[in-house]
Ligand binder design. Structure first.
Ligand code: K7E
Ligand code: CUA
Length: 632
């Protein structure tokens, strides 16, 4: 308790951390000048009592359920995780761009079909999970996520909590920022191509960076096909959409078009690029788009020199990073990263900007100074914003309207509080905070470094996802949560929005391909236990009911390509079976009422036991059978 309290700057005792913070502020002041803190001084006891109360409020006792689902990206692990909030318990992992031993993701035929052409990639870098919406509110249907590493976007179905589509995005490299159209519903998934490459990137213009481009990518959320792309200047970073359905905005660094670090840092201002999605949609309909290389995707030119009706470049300082829309729909907030400021863009001025009635900078209505390294901003629905300060290792809570007043010359302290977090936060996220339902209960700070907060575990350390109670006037840290690489971003959904399935339905499209294959073989999956031989290909169909596979043995010849299809007839909640074939690298999950299949080569003669590796029954250990492989 006391150790934690020592880290709070609101208390009189000056801790080591306080010293470090103070000297950082002092040196920063030389560069930029720093706004003073609100001086709420509580006694140490009062603070301890308030923190205790907040922790007690956030406690989820054994057997109790959480109030929120959190969807966490897994960064370079390539997966998505479901967390319970406020307990911060990890509830499930959803493999997406990675390969997963427990579920067979990347091994089963169903998952390979979804992974498609990029199935050959065994890794990914997932940053931004965001849920589909209707009228600016979560609809509980899909979560979309980017893969920066292999330039992909995936969709997760929230009924079964499995990835059901992966799209390889053409013409660009490294999908980074990703959000959804919020209004009237998520027709489009919006995402940024980050790195600039030759167009098309087919070996031409290798060392002529003036010819490199990147694009804003608009994906049809239902079909998961590309709708269109817009070529832009600079490197796109993060993005968000407005609450009218018309505008989206992306932060953009490297307005210089440089390739080295020094080159990309030259300009004092880069841009927020604002997109008029409706104008772009219309331009595509009117045949104004071209295509690039072999790709059929309509491409519009939104570069500055094209003077397009669908893009505007608003100069903001300096290499801006996060882009966040306030839940009242009024503002885009661009986070300065290399500037101690955030830039507030008034969304209601954007139609005038596009109509040429005002200049770009006229849309920026305030640029409050918050501290060093502002990366991302979240909102509580009560007019306050919470910005991560990467370098200061703090969250700055500030009032948006007060910041605008201060910018207009009023003497008013818009910063309400700064809370130390541990350490170096990237994204933060409030409960329901990216929707009209922002309820201002909790804030999660995704800290990149945990340093001394957990037992040391070797040179590679956990990160630290911290839960902060924001329901009162003051932010209160209530939980430290170690996390494996690297939850860049998360979003937090009230449980009332979610309706996950308890069992699979037999007609689920997830395994429709396997059902079609069985039908061709004349198999009824729910009853048949049969081996079909088709030249060197052998298809083995079996059922499972705890604690038995429908087939205790089957025989193949060395060199056969074997496909095993298992249909789990159990219809009891939570009774999942597995199918694992020893010494063949075969492992998959078969959920209750699901069908799963896996293909491998029986390349060694001999006896190979297969077994169920998802604990299902008192006789789970006995749930097994033999594959007999005859010598070729
Ligand atoms: Cu800030 Cu990829 Cu959202 Cu990381 S990005 S922090
Ligand atoms: Cu079936 Cu374990």
């Amino acid at each position: 308790m006391d150790e934690n309290n020592q880290d709070n700057e609101n208390q009189p005792a000056l801790s080591r951390r306080g010293f470090l913070g103070a000297s950082a502020v002092a040196s920063a002041a030389g560069v930029a000048g720093v706004t003073g803190l609100a001086s709420t001084v509580m006694t140490r006891d009062a603070y301890a009592k308030a923190a205790d109360d907040a922790m007690a409020n956030a406690a989820v006792h054994p057997g109790e359920l959480d109030e929120y689902y959190g969807f966490w990206s897994g960064g370079q692990s390539g997966e998505v995780r479901i967390m319970g909030i406020p307990s911060m318990r990890e509830l499930m992992r959803i493999p997406v761009f990675n390969v997963d031993s427990a579920t067979g993701w990347g091994l089963t035929n169903e998952s390979k079909a979804i992974r498609g052409a990029s199935d050959k990639f065994l890794c990914g870098d997932a940053h931004h999970p965001h849920m589909s919406m209707v009228d600016g509110k979560y609809d509980g249907k899909y979560v979309f996520i980017n893969d920066k590493l292999n330039t992909r976007v995936a969709r997760i179905r929230c009924d079964i909590m499995k990835c059901d589509k992966i799209l390889d995005v053409p013409n660009v490299q490294a999908i980074h920022g990703l959000r959804v159209q919020k209004v009237p519903h998520t027709k489009y998934v919006l995402c940024n191509g980050e790195f600039r490459v030759p167009t098309p990137n087919d070996g031409r213009d290798l060392n002529d960076p003036t010819k490199y481009t990147t694009m804003y990518n608009v994906i049809d959320a239902e079909s998961m096909e590309m709708a269109f792309q817009i070529i832009v200047d600079g490197n796109l970073d993060n993005t968000d959409a407005d609450y009218t359905g018309r505008f989206a905005a992306s932060t953009c660094y490297n307005s210089e078009g440089g390739v080295t670090l020094a080159e990309t840092m030259r300009n004092e201002r880069d841009w927020v690029v604002v997109f008029d999605l409706l104008a772009a949609e219309k331009a595509v309909k009117d045949g104004k788009a071209t295509t690039i290389g072999d790709s059929k995707v309509p491409v519009l030119d939104g570069r500055k020199k094209a003077n397009s009706p669908y893009t505007r470049y608003i100069p903001v300082p300096k290499s801006p990073h996060g882009l966040n829309t306030s839940p009242d729909g009024k503002y885009f907030v661009a986070n300065g990263k290399l500037s101690p400021t955030v830039s507030i863009i008034a969304i209601d001025k954007l139609s005038d900007l596009f109509a040429g009635k005002i200049k770009e900078r006229d849309a920026v209505i305030a640029e409050p100074e918050l501290g060093l390294g502002p990366l991302h901003t979240a909102f509580d629905g009560r007019g306050n914003a919470y910005t991560t300060l990467f370098i200061d290792s703090q969250i700055a809570k500030w009032n948006v309207e007060d910041a605008i007043k201060a910018y207009n010359g009023e003497k008013i302290n818009y910063i309400k509080q700064k809370l130390d977090v541990h350490y170096q936060p990237g994204h933060n996220h409030t409960t329901m905070g990216e929707t009209r339902d922002a309820d201002g209960k909790y804030l999660v700070s995704l800290c990149k470094f945990s340093k001394d907060r957990f037992l040391p575990v070797g040179p590679l350390r956990a990160e630290n996802d911290q839960l902060i109670d924001i329901s009162g006037d003051e932010m209160k840290l209530v939980h430290d949560g170690p996390a494996f690489a690297e939850p860049h971003d998360c979003m937090i959904v009230h449980r009332s929005k979610m309706k996950p399935s308890k069992l699979w339905t037999r007609d689920d499209p997830f395994f429709a391909g396997t059902v079609a294959m069985a039908k061709k073989d004349g198999i009824t999956l729910e009853t048949d236990n049969k081996v079909i031989r088709d030249g060197k290909k052998v298809r083995v169909y079996m059922t499972s009911i705890a604690p038995n596979f429908g087939m205790g043995e089957f025989t193949v010849k060395q060199g056969d390509e074997v496909t095993v299809t298992v249909t789990n007839l159990d219809s009891i909640e939570d009774v999942t079976h597995g199918f694992a074939m020893t010494n063949h690298g075969v492992s998959m999950e078969i959920g209750p009422q699901a069908t799963s299949s896996v293909t491998f080569t029986a390349d060694q003669p001999g006896v190979f036991w297969y077994y169920c590796h998802w604990f299902c029954h008192a006789l789970h250990m006995e749930m097994r059978g033999r594959m007999l492989v005859e010598k070729a």
